[in-house]
Design a binder for this molecule. Sequence first.
Ligand SMILES: [Zn+2]
Length: 182
Amino acid sequence: MKNDIEFPTTLASAIKYFADADTALNFMATVRWPDGKPVCPCCKKSDAGFLATRRLWKCRECGKQFSVKAGTIFEDSALGFDKWLPAFWMIVNAKNGISSCELSRALGVTQKTAWFMLHRIRLAMQNGTMEKLSGEVEADETYIGGKARSMNNKQRSKRGRGRAALAKRLSWDFWNVAAKSN
Ligand SMILES: [Zn+2]
């Protein structure tokens, strides 16, 4: 993973950092699949080859092609990670919350789009994961960062929900990815 950009500590640098499609893709892939093995959303096997020109993976098991967005709250959105990741960055770093108006100004999107993004990100924060949920069992399977799998029940029941918990974990993921890429 080539990465010689200093990891974003300000909004301006976050926007610049995630403006590079490959950097943003690497970042998302590392957050979703920390062990470096993308999981096919169709058959759940983790044996896929990367199609660099299309920024997609192709499952060697079932042949399905999938993006890093597949199975996440970003799945049905045409917005790129150059918008989503700075939005996450802003929300994670905003001590007093953020309005769709502020988000719209900062990212150069319409207020309607900003509202949609805020809504999705808040949903992710409530659920404690970026994965699209259909049930609690699935939530534990696909828990962001893959940490739930190694948690016992006691730890899991202690697991906080909501904004603070996800913000903390996202920050952890952000910094963890940053550390790895340095
Ligand atoms: Zn598959």
